[in-house]
Design a protein. Sequence first.
Lengths: 311, 360
Amino acid sequence: MTLSGLQSFGIQFGQYLIYGLSIGAIYALIALGYTMVYGIVKLINFAHGDVYMAGAYLGFFFINFYRNMNLPGAWYWFAALASAMAASALLGIVIERVAYKPLRMAPRITALISAIGVSLFLEYGMMFWQTAQQKYYGDLPPLIKDTTYFPFNIFMVQKQHIIVFVVAVVLMIGLYAIVQYTRAGKAMRAVSHDREAALLMGINVNTIISATFALGSALAAAAGVLFGSFYPLKPLLGFMPGIKAFVAAVLGGIGIIPGAMLGGLILGVAESLVSGFLSSTLRDVVAFAILIIILLVRPTGILGKPSGEKV
Amino acid sequence: MMKTNALFKRRWFVALLRSFILLIVLELLIMFNFFNGFWVLTIMSLFTNIILATSLNLINGFTGQFSLGHAGFMAVGGYTAAVLALNFAPSLIKAGIIPSLHNVTLKMPWGLPDMFLPFAKAIAPGGIVLLFSLLLGGILAALMGFLIGLPTLRLRGDYLAIATLGFGEIIRLTFLNINYLGSASGMPGIPQYATVMSCVVVAIITVYAISNVVRSTHGRAMLAVREDETAAQTVGINTTRYKVTAFTIGAFFAGVAGALYAHTFYLVNPSIFSLLKSIDVLVMVVLGGQGSIGGSIAGAVLVTILNAFLSNFPEIRMIVYSVVLVMMIIFMPHGLLTVRDLFARFRPKAGEPDNAAPDR
């Protein structure tokens, strides 16, 4: 079967699009944590990319733990995902209590430095504990395991991209439901809107901030497990995705939850198209180029409302 | 007014005298092999770090513009020095445009005793190439700072921080993708033209220049921008101009430091100038105390010595560094050198009656 130039371009485009949506979904999951934390405490949580890394490693431990328990079907993978999310939520709460809470009244730059310190601690602590050697999840259940499909015989789709995308979308819908329809979610929105007023209405701000960190860290851990299921683990793997997820959050409008999802997907697709059609060494430049363009053209992001400064 | 001016001049003379005494002591200690090679390199990087920290302090501490891209400007200077030293200097020396000072037996001028020969040697070999690359590296970095600053400095706070981070990384990734500049392996084999002496002299010049900028009319305008941009604009200060000026001056000295780095450590490569380097410098500024020149120097000394001691324990080095960082920022959020705050405790607060003051 011979293909015309346009057809083969279309096929390539479709394949890069699918790949882009899958890495974009991972960026979106991480970006949600950034955007929620920024919305509530106005802090760029630099350590968030490393929570994602820690989540990937936690998934590695839990999957080896549950594998020997003879759970039916793919349940041990889902159990590992849930456990890694719970453990990461705890990690997020601890980080907030230890490193950020004492600095809530200090100048904002100090909290940023503290976040950088936590980030370095997680990265090099993990390197000390697990060595710099690459780790693999090993055998996965048949439902999750990567295979390649050839729909219409000309198209090539890898199952891992579909799984990453589907799981990420389900989690994002779950988060959206929590933020929109539960009391805690309502309280989160209230604190992010006006912390003092929320405090006066009887909302326990400290609890809500902890809950925000827990939710964000759990989502990052889920992204980590999704990544770790198909790629090797390294202690420094969280750095670049962390920065890119921040770019995604800014792109969509920081502090806006649907914005983070949209920004993540756009960034993932742009990166995949550029590295596919142009050059793979440019893939890291794309994120920063997008960042700078969006900051210059529309600093409040795609979904953000422009706001002037009141004097 | 006259009196304060004279006071400043005297203070400056004393400070200059002190730094030259420091220089001579250091040079003597090295002459008598008091330090091993590792500590000589540490001292050189200490003074490079002082240049970086004071120049970033001009942007972050004095003008209040949060920059995370200092390593990018450093990279511009470093690569300029590397290209100059490796690709141009040999042919320029051969053509006789730059006088060669290699393998020349030096004699002390003006009948000075031979004891001072090491001082002369410290300046002479490659000194002219070093001077050229410092200046050119600084100028190119300043140009880059100007070009980047002009559009980005419209942004504020966190957004500016992330935009400068982005530009810093773009500069680095650009160097990473240029084959002429050695791609990922960078450019090794740069001759070590920098000496302890040249590092100290350049650091002194930097500190002197930046403190003078801060104390000038322009510096006062920069402080006004930091305190309240809107208010500064209302009293007729061209805020964009001063922000860009501060950014350009800061970038210039970062470029100088980068060139000095290249001539100290024999090589430049993209991974040296990563975000971690910017963070290192930022840590010096914040730990030392933002908006304090003495603080930047103290921060640079602290971070450099901490790094030097920790290099004996490579596995836990970064862990200890990060823990110290978090602890210090939690317990001293305003930096090391907050002498002013320390004394402020004893001074009456604004609005309180000053009981302790003697009647005048």
